[in-house]
Design a protein around this ligand. Structure first.
Ligand SMILES: NC(=O)c1ccc[n+]([C@@H]2O[C@H](COP(=O)([O-])OP(=O)(O)OC[C@H]3O[C@@H](n4cnc5c(N)ncnc54)[C@H](O)[C@@H]3O)[C@@H](O)[C@H]2O)c1
Ligand SMILES: O=C(O)C(=O)C[C@@H](O)[C@H](O)[C@H](O)COP(=O)(O)O
Ligand SMILES: [Zn+2]
Length: 365
């Protein structure tokens, strides 16, 4: 088992990464302060893994209630967030309750937001069960729900007390979801860790075969990158944390335009990162070879690299509500070079439209 720490003063917390952690009380029980626990999961994950977590909690003498959400990005909304509050109130849970999120990023984001809101804030714990959630969403405390007009528009920063990434649960993850997680892994290489990008290029075949040692290393290096960024800029007050948004301005526009759930978040981010790379090339920052290299690793990871048929106008309309924008100015994360991302509000409008229109030509010779 590997242990990392997200260094945030009194809100610091560990990330445990390893096999069969779901059954290890020492990774869970010490991080629960009261006696009441609400286990939040969804209709897909709960039948697979909830019993093991329930047993650890019950053997620890805790009172366990459950909220089982419908499965899907389409349910990351107000109405279904309320199911968590319904369960908390039905069980008469107090301010000393702890919420445990068992699932992917949707369950994690919703559970964290519910924890931030319930009685003005209770503890929560992340047990991420997708690759994407293990390498990204469970770490760093961004929680929230979608609005029909924009992705993750309603939310709060709320750090978990512990993150428990059990790598064995990834065996049941569908291939498409596994690839979606690799998009956020590749992101760390592109924005700040060129050696990691090169390592991913060397080992992508093994990673696609889900080699356990390679997978554990990819998760560890991803979490280390994320923990460092979050420690440096927890609340996205300067442009450090915003770098984690590479590809997301385009990606969130794709998710919103296509209807939540049609494109997976990781898929939209993958295509969005290639769009960001294409624009970085048009700005003369990276070479066309670099863009082609990014396209290649995304394709090898089973990810889409051609945007859906969304018009430039519609893209720009969705991008105009991005949370990074200031005073109506579009701010994008672009690549100054491979392995070094920057935030800029100076991208040329004409070049941006060219990227939005490039379609299948992105990163092609
Ligand atoms: N808070 C953050 O920092 C952050 C970071 C990245 C993404 N996100 C958010 O995370 C969400 C995407 O998360 P996701 O990719 O995990 O999607 P998800 O939560 O929808 O899970 C993907 C699918 O896999 C299923 N699943 C989960 N674990 C499984 C397992 N072990 N075996 C079999 N099936 C399993 C789920 O039921 C679901 O159908 C988006 O809403 C995105 O905005 C948040
Ligand atoms: O943790 C962050 O910061 C990120 O930007 C990670 C992203 O991968 C993630 O998708 C996040 O939810 C996006 O945040 P948002 O503020 O753009 O909604
Ligand atoms: Zn993301």
């Amino acid at each position: 088992m590997q242990k990392l720490e997200v260094q945030l003063g009194e809100r610091s917390y560990p990330i445990f990464i390893g096999e069969s952690l779901l059954d290890r009380p020492e990774c869970l029980l010490p991080y629960i302060r009261g006696r009441q626990v609400l286990l939040v999961s969804n209709e897909t994950v709960a039948p697979l893994y909830a019993e093991r977590v329930r047993k650890v909690l019950a053997d620890g003498g805790l009172t366990v209630a459950e909220a089982i959400l419908p499965d899907g990005e389409a349910y990351k909304d107000w109405q279904h967030l309320n199911l968590i509050f319904d369960a908390l109130l039905a069980a008469r849970f107090s301010r000393k309750a702890t919420l445990v999120a068992l699932g992917g990023g949707v369950v994690g984001d919703m559970t964290g937001f519910a924890a931030a809101c319930y009685q003005r804030g209770v503890d929560f714990i992340q047990i991420p069960t997708t690759l994407l959630a293990q390498v990204d969403s469970s770490v760093g405390g961004k929680t929230g729900i979608n609005h029909p007009l924009g992705k993750n528009m309603i939310g709060a920063f709320m750090q978990p007390r512990v993150v428990l990434a059990d790598t064995t649960v990834l065996r049941s993850l569908p291939d498409r979801e596994y690839s979606a997680g690799l998009a956020e892994v590749i992101k760390y290489g592109l924005i700040r860790d060129l050696p990691f990008l090169e390592w991913l290029e060397r080992h992508m075949d093994g990673l696609m075969a889900r080699d356990p040692a390679l997978l554990a290393e990819a998760i560890l290096r991803s979490c280390r990158n994320k923990a460092e960024v979050v420690a440096a800029d927890e609340l996205e007050q300067n442009d450090l944390r915003a770098l984690l948004n590479l590809g997301h301005t385009f990606g969130h526009a794709i998710e919103t335009a296509m209807g939540y759930g049609s494109w997976l978040h990781g898929e939209a981010v993958a295509t969005g990162m290639l769009m960001a790379a294409d624009l970085s090339w048009r700005e003369n920052w990276i070479s066309h070879q670099d863009v082609a290299r990014i396209r290649t690793i995304l394709v090898r990871s089973g990810l889409p690299v051609v945007p859906p048929p969304v018009s430039p106008d519609e893209f720009l309309r969705h991008m105009a509500v991005d949370k990074k924008n200031i005073d109506g100015r579009l701010r994008l994360v672009l690549l100054r070079q491979l392995g070094r991302a920057v935030v800029t509000d100076e991208a040329d409008r004409g070049r941006l439209v060219a990227t939005l229109m490039a379609g299948e030509h992105l990163g092609q010779a």
